[in-house]
Design a protein around this ligand. Structure first.
Ligand SMILES: NC(=O)c1ccc[n+]([C@@H]2O[C@H](COP(=O)([O-])OP(=O)(O)OC[C@H]3O[C@@H](n4cnc5c(N)ncnc54)[C@H](OP(=O)(O)O)[C@@H]3O)[C@@H](O)[C@H]2O)c1
Length: 261
């Protein structure tokens, strides 16, 4: 497998996990560029790399991975300076390669369909990465990078990748928010969140084994209006949670009214 010199712009959740994974796979992390050194001192030292706040890159960087908030990718890529052959890729699901200025000749997207948080070890084996590239050579290099992690490269038009990102927001971010709500309600009942763990694990396993539509249970799908009304009353300590309960209950009822599902 070919080894590359990779620089990261950003030292947050994605940059931290991806730079360590690439380094473990034998690539060289040539530099980590971020605004504040303190935030990434440990990362830079553990990667035997260097920190910089300067967006100029030399020949030793084959690939620049931009892992900054979505709304700043454009501004950062307009300011960076690199040799013409360098491939510049970002990691955002919702942004296309059209974000890059025309001066950058080799560009791409390297979107990992996973959730990254500090201190979490991620298993990259078979993890889907969605790739888009400006040219054949850049595409080949991005696929090689994904292969080197033993992850899986997929290709998607920017429009489908954006929609997939919305699916990921439902599956990951909204599910997690529901779990946060569940923890708050369990605490009202004087119970630990961990009491719900067997239920949550079975819910996720069943959704993938049997499909989520076949797996739905609960008062909404049964149209148990008496129970639903009692639940809404029990949530009177939080008008916000009452609102979510009503909205999701009505969404479940609407979905299962449609015979085609
Ligand atoms: N987290 C995930 O689960 C996940 C999954 C897939 C894809 N992504 C994508 O990965 C990208 C990075 O996400 P993240 O979660 O790693 O974000 P993050 O943890 O918030 O890190 C963002 C990094 O960008 C730096 N930064 C912020 N504003 C900047 C600016 N104006 N110029 C230069 N650097 C700036 C921040 O450091 P300073 O503020 O110190 O400069 C920080 O190091 C996003 O495009 C996101 O859509 C994230």
């Amino acid at each position: 497998v070919k080894k590359y010199g990779i620089s990261f712009i950003g030292a947050g959740k994605v940059a931290g996990v991806l730079s360590r994974a690439f380094s473990d796979s034998g690539h060289r992390i040539t530099s980590i560029v971020s605004r504040r050194k303190e935030n990434c001192r440990e990362l830079v030292e553990s990667l035997n790399s260097t920190w910089s706040s300067d967006l100029s890159f030399s020949d030793s960087t084959d690939i620049i991975v931009i892992a900054v908030p979505d709304d700043t990718i454009r501004e950062v890529s307009c300011r960076l300076r690199c040799p013409e052959k360098t491939i510049v890729a970002h990691t955002a699901g919702s942004i296309g390669i059209d974000v890059f200025p025309p001066e950058l000749k080799h560009t791409g997207v390297l979107y990992p369909l996973q959730t990254f948080s500090p201190g979490r070890k991620i298993n990259f084996r078979d993890l889907p990465f969605f790739i888009e590239a400006s040219d054949r050579n850049s595409e080949t290099v991005l696929v090689e990078l994904v292969d080197s992690l033993e992850a899986k490269a997929y290709f998607a038009e920017a429009s489908s990748r954006r929609l997939l990102h919305v699916a990921a927001v439902f599956a990951c971010n909204f599910t997690n928010h529901m779990l946060a709500a569940s923890k708050i309600i369990a605490a009202e009942a004087g119970e630990e969140f961990s009491t719900l763990e067997p239920l949550v694990r079975e819910t996720i396993l069943k959704a993938f084994e049997n499909g989520p539509m076949k797996s739905q249970t609960g008062p909404a799908v049964r149209s148990d209006t008496g129970t639903i009304e009692k639940h809404i009353e029990l949530l009177s300590f939080s008008p916000e949670l009452q609102q979510i309960y009503k909205q999701v209950t009505s969404s479940i009822m609407d979905l299962y009214k449609k015979k085609s599902i």
